[in-house]
Design a binder for this molecule. Structure first.
Ligand code: ADP
Length: 262
């Protein structure tokens, strides 16, 4: 489905990604973790086509994205960006309808199917009651749902999310990630999501990729990647790993006192 092969990305003379290869199948959620500056956002931007590749390739269902036009690419991969970059005065409905842009002709006229797709995406993300509201007056959690609705209206087989739970409280984190998990299973999407929180990554991911200094340090099931050895080495703090009481997945407890010498 999504196949990232030997990706290298540079900012000027500085190398930001170094030989990243990842595969995400339909119905699979891959979570990318790693310290600040590891290259997680760069990976999302490079895979979506927003950044040029120095080397490597990205394929979706066998299609080489570098050979597609921006509109063709946007029918394969949708992005829920980190920044809230929706124009503040635009209504929720108009924002979500923007997800249909890759399907519109050069006059930009929307048809029945476009409105149907926007409506379905708004319904899926529980945004229907917000449709008339300007995006600028929404809470952080509501804006995040609108960004997801816009991406779903694109009707792509692959979805990329860059830290979608930042600024959300526990309830909104859970409801957003539950929704993403449902989309993976029910619509068989291939999802690559950057998450800061290691425990949320552990609970929700099928696979975890641990990125450090632009390189892939570990890739595998949560229990294979979230080990004391890996995390202590990468995050430079002692940690304990205990099994989740219900799921058995690894839970990461930073040993703050030991780190403070107490
Ligand atoms: P992460 O998302 O893991 O925190 P980023 O992908 O944002 O990491 O950044 C990876 C590295 O690339 C960092 O060293 C960062 O300073 C650098 N970087 C990010 N964006 C730019 C840019 N636009 N120009 C130059 N360097 C950048």
């Amino acid at each position: 489905m999504l196949e990232i092969k030997s990706l290298f990305v540079n900012y000027g003379s500085r190398q930001a990604l170094n030989d990243i290869s990842l595969e995400v199948n339909a119905g699979e959620l891959l979570v990318v973790i790693g310290p600040n500056g590891a290259g997680k956002s760069t990976l999302v931007r490079a895979v979506s086509g927003a950044l040029p590749l120095a080397h490597g390739s990205v394929h979706v269902n066998g299609l080489d994205l570098s050979r597609l036009s921006p509109a063709q690419r946007a029918r394969q991969i949708a992005v829920v960006p980190q920044a809230r970059n929706l124009p503040a005065a635009v209504t929720v409905y108009q924002s979500v309808l923007m997800g249909r842009t890759p399907y519109l002709g050069w006059l930009g006229h929307t048809g029945q199917h476009d409105h149907h797709s926007a409506h379905a995406a708004l319904e899926r993300t529980s945004c229907l009651e917000l449709v008339e509201r300007p995006v600028g007056e929404l809470s952080g959690g509501e804006q995040q749902r609108v960004l997801l609705a816009r991406a779903l209206a694109q009707e792509t087989p692959v979805l990329l999310l860059d830290e979608p739970t930042t600024h959300l409280d526990l309830q909104h984190q859970s409801s957003l990630l539950n929704l993403v998990r449902q989309l993976v299973v029910q619509q068989q999407l291939a999802v690559l999501m950057v998450l800061h929180d290691l425990n949320l990554a552990s609970i929700y991911a099928d696979l975890i990729a641990l990125l450090v200094d632009g390189k892939l340090k570990a890739l595998g099931r949560p229990a294979q990647v979230l080990t004391e050895a890996n995390l202590t080495q990468v995050y430079h703090v002692p940690v304990h790993i205990i099994p989740h009481p219900e799921y058995g997945s690894p839970l990461v407890l930073p040993d703050g006192r030991k780190a403070a010498g107490l």
